[in-house]
Design a protein around this ligand. Structure first.
Ligand code: AMP
Ligand code: ZN
Length: 143
C-alpha cells in the first residue's frame, strides 16, 4: 500500500527536511499549526503505537526533544513546544505511518495559534526549515 511518509523517506515526495540519520527523518508539516511544526518519522514503516517497537518510540522521543530544544534556541524563538503522537484514528491520526509532532509555541500565542489551526500555512516554510537546521547543527557543537 502506498504511504506518503515512505515516499518522503525515499525522496520520491517533496519535503523540507530538518533532520536525518540512518533510522529517522524529520521534516516540516505541510499544513503547520505553528511556524516550524515538524514531524519525526522512523524510516521503517510502522502504523501506530500497537506495532512500533519500543526502541523506535524512544528514538522518536529523543529526536523530538532535540528539535524542541533547537526550536527554543532558533530564530523561531520558541518559548516551549507541544510534542505529541496521535495514536490511531480515534485520536485523529490521519497518516498511518507513525510520527511525532513537534509544535513550537510562543508565550501568549493563544490567538495566533488558534488562527493557525484554521489557516495551517507558513509562507516562510523554507526559512523555518533553515532556522531549525541551523539551530540543530549548533546544538550538535555545544554540550
Ligand atoms: P496526524 O493527524 O497525526 O496523522 O497528522 C498527520 C500530519 O501529516 C498532518 O498534520 C498533515 O498536515 C501532515 N502531512 C500530510 N501529508 C504530508 C506531506 N506530504 N508532507 C508533510 N506533512 C504532511
Ligand atoms: Zn510509511
Amino acid at each position: 500500500m502506498s504511504c506518503v511518509f515512505c515516499d518522503i523517506v525515499a525522496g520520491e515526495a517533496p519535503a523540507i527536511r530538518v533532520y536525518e540519520d540512518d533510522d529517522f527523518l524529520a521534516f516540516l508539516d505541510i499544513r503547520p499549526f505553528s511556524r516550524g511544526h515538524t514531524l519525526v518519522v522512523p524510516k521503517r514503516h510502522s502504523v501506530d503505537l500497537t506495532d512500533t517497537p519500543p526502541d523506535t518510540v524512544a528514538g522518536l522521543a529523543r529526536i523530538g526533544q532535540r528539535i524542541a530544544q533547537a526550536a527554543r534556541r532558533s530564530g523561531l524563538h520558541a518559548d516551549g513546544n507541544n510534542v505529541v503522537i496521535n495514536d490511531g484514528k480515534a485520536a485523529f491520526q490521519t497518516v498511518f505511518h507513525i510520527h511525532l509532532h513537534v509544535l513550537p509555541r510562543r508565550s501568549g500565542d493563544k490567538l495566533s495559534f488558534a488562527k493557525n489551526m484554521v489557516l495551517r500555512r507558513d509562507p516562510g516554510r523554507e526559512e523555518s526549515g533553515r532556522l531549525l537546521r541551523e539551530a540543530l547543527s549548533e546544538l550538535d557543537t555545544t554540550p
